[in-house]
Design a protein around this ligand. Sequence first.
Ligand code: TRP
Length: 453
Amino acid sequence: MSEPRVSIHGQWSSRWIFILAATGSAVGLGNIWKFPYITGENGGGAFVLVYLACIACIGIPIMMAEIMLGRRGRQNPINTMHTLAQESGASRHWRLLGWSGVVAGLLILSFYSVIAGWALSYIVKTASGTFEGADGDAVSAVFGDMLAGPGGLLFWHTVFILMTMAVVARGVKSGLEKAVQFLMPALFVILLVMVGYAATTGAFSQGLKFLFNPDFSKLTADGVLVAMGHAFFTLSLGMGAIMIYGSYLPHKASIASTTFYIAGADTLVALLAGMAIFPIIFANGLEPGAGPGLVFVTLPIAFGQMDGGLIIGTLFFVLLTFAAWSSSISLIEPAVTWLVENKGLSRAKTCVVFGAMTWLLGIGTVLSFNHWADYKLFDKTFFDLLDYLTTNIMLPLGGLFIALFAGWVLSRADSREELQMDDGLGYRVWLFLVKFVAPLAVIVVFVKAIGLI
Ligand code: TRP
């Protein structure tokens, strides 16, 4: 056995902390903001089924692969891929995988932060009673007004970038994961409360039917691509975030069971969010395909009407902000570790550099909801394009190459050693999935979405 490397950034103090941090990365706006709105846009049940299949057959095996590569390399994704490729006698171009991840992370953070800014601004709106007794029209008007004012959006985007950089500058291990221990379970409980409320709206079964009753005639090839892209997005896969978190994982921890916990918690939160939101949509005659504002125009109606809604609503947006916060730090961690390891810059300086870059780029997303709303390329605004390019193209491509590297380049002995699995059924199923199923699925969905078959 080769001598295990250590990360210069230290290690998680236990496997449990890693699970919390990785779950903190996975559970975020993707689950509560994005999953419901793309499900609404893509017709419901059939889309959800494809998404679940992607989690099981592509997401979970690739997450295991990504954690495994991270722990074996113990450096930023670029150096990790370089080192592991060298050790396996493969091309050093594998490090491009790390590069694409660093870039994807920065691009995603630029718009993620703007949306997290919406959640921040909704803390204030909810706490100050804006939604008390409001109906669907009033709530939609509040959301519309918020989007129309770039100044406010920019302000909250700035606050969120600063929050993210404050944690990353200190090092993720000493920062957020302590908070995550309490906040993740709290978010879970409040989602249960919202599902409980949704059950009283009279449209609960209609909402559940929309989510879980597949109607394949509503699913397009592009919808399948969106479902697959989202499986990567929601599990934080394909760009080195989980790889860098894996590089801080203690040596003895089992990667397979760890992955199941993370993916299970992430999926549960998304489904609960859907179960809370869709009944409210139908009970109030709203449009499921309303787009990115969906959560922000549905849940406030519930908060405005239910007992204690002011407190529950405020708490909800506080917890949503925390969920986004613990995700955003993982988006920039690969880039930061790369500069720190290779150029010897301090974490603080590195954060200033990347914070400024993502902040600037985020202005494009801010403007795409107002002044630039009519500037479109391929019928997409700046925000839509950035989201599509990263989530539906860069992440699946990154995942594809991670699967190929883990399945074809790394020797079986090496992957078995790192996963700590014997040559039993579990290992063989994993190997089959990363070698054949995941890569083929990504390629087929790509080709189909481009319209070649
Ligand atoms: N998974 C997070 C969410 O669902 C977002 C996220 C964090 C992410 N790190 C990532 C997405 C890395 C892609 C890659 O909100």
